[in-house]
Design a protein around this ligand. Structure first.
Ligand code: SAM
Length: 270
């Protein structure tokens, strides 16, 4: 029995500062390839945020590009309901699954997709459609977590694969084998883009009790937790939380969560 949807904007909103930083770092690189300024990103007219979540980061794109209209797409009704509270003449949102959704060809100046494609195992197959939607000279900016081997995920997979949880939760964890920078370079170069790809490991210092549990409850652990019946979910959280507290000890200065992320910024040939 499922008592709440997979995505919960309030839980995801915890640690919004830490979650927002890679987005800011990604957006800062649109218009640059390997440190060199390139045209086409100064005054885009149409910007898409694919997998926009609750829209709190999408709204920042209006300041970055004051003459743009920005449109967010996300498959979660709960996330889009939250995002729509931020709608304005220049900002709109829509429920849509990226595996089926597409923009008209050559209609978009900038596509941003932040912390979303890791949820779509066939994500590389979506890239040709994204590039096709871009105008010549348009930009695609991608960021995904690359921490599938970190203890937070390894412990989650291990517990979810064991009784009594496996019957409900097996296969619900994020896959560890996401593309790295080299794969994005390869695929996007093959689609006629100039590409800059890189990775960064952030050292988040999280305040509060059970900080890493609270973090993953907002993101990576949600599909596992929501697949479990209520009575098992509490037990799972207790067991998982205890293992996380051991793996990520709380110190006076906070709980250190190292977090690897993968970035790719690509410009379609003009
Ligand atoms: C970790 S959140 C990222 C939200 C936002 N981009 C941010 O950086 O805060 C991941 C989002 O991906 C969305 N998502 C997952 N699979 C999706 C799909 N197939 N199509 C569209 N959105 C999807 C989820 O609903 C969720 O809102």
């Amino acid at each position: 029995m499922r008592t709440s949807p997979v995505w919960n904007p309030q839980q995801y909103g915890k640690y919004a500062g830490e979650r927002g930083r890679p987005f800011a770092d990604l957006i800062a690189r649109i218009g640059l390839i390997r440190g060199e300024d390139r045209p086409g990103a100064d005054a885009p007219a149409v910007v898409l945020d694919l997998g926009c979540g609750p829209g709190n980061l999408t709204v920042g794109l209006l300041d970055r590009w004051p003459s743009a209209t920005v449109h967010g797409v996300d498959s979660s009704v709960e996330m889009i309901t939250e995002a729509q509270k931020l709608s304005s003449a220049r900002l709109s949102f829509e429920v849509g699954d990226l595996r089926e959704w597409s923009a008209p060809d050559e209609s978009v100046d900038v596509i941003v997709t932040n912390a979303t494609l890791q949820w779509i195992p066939e994500q590389l197959d979506l890239l040709p459609g994204f590039v096709r939607a871009l105008r010549p000279g348009g930009w695609l900016a991608i960021q995904i977590p690359g921490n599938g081997d970190a203890p937070s995920h390894a412990i989650l997979r291990e517990l979810a694969g064991r009784p009594p949880y496996a019957e409900y939760a097996a296969g619900k964890s994020l896959r560890p084998d996401v593309p790295g920078p080299a794969e994005y370079v390869e695929v996007l170069s093959g689609l006629g883009c100039t590409v800059d790809a890189w990775e960064t490991t952030y050292s988040h210092l999280l305040p509060g009790d059970n900080a890493v549990l609270e973090w993953v409850k907002g993101t990576g652990a949600r599909p596992v937790l929501q697949s479990l019946p209520d009575e098992l979910r509490a037990q799972f959280e207790a067991e998982y939380g205890a293992r996380l507290a051991e793996a990520y000890p709380r110190r006076d200065y906070g709980t250190l969560l190292p977090f690897r992320r993968i970035f790719a910024v690509a410009q379609k040939e003009a």
